[in-house]
Ligand binder design. Sequence first.
Ligand code: GDP
Ligand code: PGA
Ligand code: MN
Length: 621
Amino acid sequence: MADNPTATTETTGLNEAVTSALDNAPTTHAHLLDWVRETAELTQPDSIHWVDGSEEEWKRLTDELVDAGTFVRLDEQKFPNSFAAFSDPDDVARVEERTFICTKTEKGAGPTNNWEDPEVMKAALRKRFRGAMRGRTMYVIPFVMGHLDAARPSYGVEITDSAYVVCSMRIMATIGTPVLEKMTAQNGFFVECLHSLGAPLAPGEEDVPWPCNPAKYIVHFPEDRSIWSFGSGYGGNALLGKKCYALRIASAIAHDEGWLAEHMLILKVTNPQGESRFISAAFPSACGKTNFAMLEPTIEGWKAEMVGDDIAWIRFGKDGQARVTNPEAGLFGVAPGTGWPTNPNAMRAIARGNTIFTNVALTDDGGVWWEGMTEEVPEHLTDWKGREWTPESGRPAAHPNSRFCTPIKQVDILAPEYDDPEGVPLSAIVFGGRRKTTVPLVSQSFGWEHGVFQGATLSSETTAAAKGAVGVVRRDPMAMLPFIGYNANDYLAHWVEIGERVGEENMPKVFYVNWFRRTSTGGFAWPGFGENSRVVKWIAERLDGTAGGQDTPIGTVPTPEDLDLTGLELAPEDLEAALKVDVEEWKAELPSIDEWFHRLGHVPESILEQRAGLEDRLHQA
Ligand code: GDP
Ligand code: PGA
Ligand code: MN
């Protein structure tokens, strides 16, 4: 492990394997060739592999990862073609404090992002990347976020020295030869995504199962649309098509071009009359997007299908119609809490195999387990750190942020429209977070600007999806706090401006949900998961104008009579706790909203007006 990157000698000399891979590149894309050569000169890999995305390549790489001890092959009957990986215990989640937005001015990154001058950062990173791939293969992964047949395909190329990343990217995005061919033919623009584990190997040095570097940098240059990620091999830090490109870089592109790149699932709901609606929902990481996207309705005659579980790109047509696409091809889902009773659709998808699990526990018969997967707890496991585990161990067997990475096409409730390059029409946007108190099960905003205010002040308790304290309430605008690739004030203004441009009547209706409110005895007030279909039904019927509701200071909230509760066994006091709008609790939110707006510094006027309106309504109530 090279902790001191400057200790490696500087050389531009490339070995024969590398030179030959450059000379025999499967592309004539001049800019790509230049960038790959420069990167090889900087990072000094042993060899270069152009990733073609084929089945044979997957087979070879997964075999190599098993040999290296990075992957454990799971039982072929239970989980065909599936593997478990175990990360370094210090590389288990996104690292927000090491995530940077490097714009020319500090103002460009705004008050919520870590900022550094691009030239200063690039100089520091060049030192880190110098010789960083010694002893390793440099993989070049051409990929596209969204459809390869989109009007303007969103190309990216990730250079990485991690085969785990290559295999995961093959699940999460469309990668390989077809992408490279089209990108080359179009001489297409691509987002440069450079990734290194930062763990070069000296000649003869033995590798570890999960190489990484204690120094981590997840760096975005939104102005030149590029990403440099160093030191981590985990999920959102390393699979650069996901949070880094499809949210941080894409949000900056969307700002310039007049659309939205959002942290949202996309759900198709069909009522008993066969009429369908598409709704998207923004919840912070580990607050229920994947589960909501895979909802199994508990009410008669209603059908739910999935379009996306994490990221939504929303564009507005000339007719003003919002259309939304899911740029991803896979799911990177939180394992704990995913089980047959809570999310049978996810369980069916992973049972089909072709899945990479990270930081789950292993059963003695070659399967996987995590908290919440089955009601019955196994008597013996190997935990995510490789230690013996029994129910008496007194610690979780799987890491709370352990994940399954599985192809979206294995989801049997995937909506057929998933594959439409134009996307699907969007009728509603739902915001939500994890709040023990205050925020009711569901409310509808009074209009677009009020909805933007609700999104701008979204609050949630922090989770294990990012490093740091868990359970602390923080403001997370549109669930995008860690993912806005520019100034958060400009981001909010962009939401307001789109509403003005497109017109209130064309904009999706806005709702706000909370599945996580607690009763006075500490339990969840609302059963959640499949029962959330009752909330979806109310939302769909509000869109049709057929469901009732009560105007409260914070929005329109259903009364128990407005919700379809057929067949639900729920104590009336729990339902009341779930739906309650407590004026005093909401008054107590105001100072923290003010503190948040103060931190932002330049909140758009219309949002401040909404804040004043809320206070007025609370005082009149
Ligand atoms: P994502 O990261 O936003 O996609 O969140 P997930 O859907 O993976 O869920 C994160 C955690 O929240 C998991 O442990 C889920 O079991 C839990 N969760 C999801 N939906 C609900 C719900 O409706 N009620 C409750 N109580 N927990 C939920
Ligand atoms: P998610 O994030 O919890 O929103 O799925 C994935 C990640 O943290 O990289
Ligand atoms: Mn998810």
